[in-house]
Design a protein around this ligand. Structure first.
Ligand code: UD1
Length: 379
């Protein structure tokens, strides 16, 4: 960057959880005269319910570039993103490529940038499940290893990165951009008609999501977890917005027909919801059952009990403040945690440090001062 010019930031999104993270960043960058933000959508998620609806509801600007990679095996998807992203970096010659989260688009674009000598910023750095069978864990480890600016959401992230030998001056504890989006949209979400549409009463249902390959690609694991969910549905209505990966597998396992909403063993199946409807569904639930990472964080701010249907979490602060319990996939354990939540008289939990709606502004501040620093040094 030379004096008088703006820093070009190539911001990358690919899959559903990226959209909530990029929305406040694009807003923060567009407000600062120091930046020229460019938005690149890899097209990893591409359909109306997994992508377009989120751009509309979160007022994310139309992507400047869409790589339209679509779905494929991990190797093919990652390679396609890299092939198509390289000429974009060459065309824009950005000062920094910013990636968020832990999806294939994150690692693919970070790798392209670093090989072209462009600095990489990773938002949501340092999270670790310590389970290398999760594709997201591999994406997190690799992206952090080659990033120049590592923006961290919670104290465990700082510890993990230091332990991996990342120099302290690259690590910035800024809070959680996903929570920026939640707080900015909560009021609007409150007026979503989703409870009426689904015939649900506030605090009288559980919301369920499942999409991790470890849970839904293996028939035995999936049936085991779903068996526990059916038991829960005998006591409390369960509503389950079904991720495309999960629906495909349910069809493959012979549990479902191809199309449409459905009901299975007392569990209400619906299509994936838009951001505002899903936020309302979580906010009014008696409890949430999930294997998602982001939902563990969102329920923490909404003060709704979360049972995480995995053996590990990369977001331990949600457990430490008392909102989240990691219950694994053993039905007996899931059911006893469910009963404990139902029997508890009250539910209180804390709020993680800096999850206050201002993380994106902190990231913009850091980048402004870092670029000024580079400029002073080279000048
Ligand atoms: C990806 C991320 C995961 C994230 C999740 C959120 C990786 C490795 N995984 O997993 O971390 O939590 O997104 O949703 O990047 N599909 C559609 N429509 C779409 C997108 C996908 O039908 O718009 C179908 C695809 O055909 C594919 C399946 O869903 O078979 C899975 O998509 P994919 O991008 O491979 O990974 P996710 O499981 O969604």
């Amino acid at each position: 960057m030379t004096e008088g010019t703006r820093a070009t930031i190539l911001n990358v999104v690919g899959a559903r959880p990226n959209f909530m993270k990029i929305a406040p960043l694009m807003r923060a960058f567009r407000k600062r005269p120091e930046f020229q933000p460019v938005l690149v959508h890899t097209g990893q998620h591409y359909d109306e319910r997994m992508s377009r609806l989120f751009f509309e509801q979160l007022s994310i600007p139309r992507p400047d570039v869409n790589l339209e990679v679509g779905s494929a095996s991990h190797a093919v998807q990652t390679a396609e993103i890299m092939k198509r992203f390289e000429p974009v970096v060459e065309q824009y010659r950005p000062d920094v490529v910013l990636v968020v989260g832990d999806v294939n688009s994150t690692v693919a674009c970070a790798l392209v940038a670093v090989k072209l000598g462009v600095k990489v910023a990773h938002v949501e750095a340092g999270l670790r499940s310590f389970d290398r069978t999760m594709p997201e864990e591999i994406n997190r480890l690799l992206t952090d290893a080659i990033s120049d600016f590592l923006f961290v959401t919670e104290p465990s992230g700082i510890r993990n990165l230091k332990h991996e030998g990342i120099p302290e001056e690259k690590i910035f504890f800024v809070g959680n951009v996903m929570i920026d989006t939640l707080l900015a949209n909560l009021e609007q979400a409150r007026s979503s008609p989703i409870l009426e549409t689904l015939g649900l009463e506030a605090r009288a249902y559980a919301a369920l999501t499942l999409h991790r390959p470890g849970n839904v690609d293996d028939r035995d694991v999936f049936l085991r977890v779903f068996g526990a969910v059916r038991k829960i549905a005998e006591a409390l209505p369960v509503v389950f917005p079904v991720h495309p990966r999960t629906r495909k597998n349910m069809v493959r396992f012979g549990m479902l027909k191809e199309e449409g909403d459905d009901e299975l063993g007392g569990v209400r199946l619906v299509e994936p919801l838009g951001y505002l409807d899903f936020l309302k569904l979580m906010a009014e639930a008696r409890l949430v059952l999930t294997d998602s990472g982001g939902i563990q964080e969102e329920t923490t701010i909404l003060k709704v009990p979360c049972l995480t249907l995995r053996e590990t979490t990369e977001r331990p602060v949600t457990v430490e403040v008392g909102c989240n319990e990691v219950v694994g996939t053993d039905p007996a354990r899931i059911l006893s945690a469910f009963r404990r939540v139902m029997d508890a008289e009250a539910f209180t939990c804390g709020t993680p440090e800096k999850w206050d709606g201002h993380a994106a502004e902190r990231i913009a501040d850091v980048l402004v001062s870092e670029f000024a620093l580079v400029h002073r040094r080279s000048g």
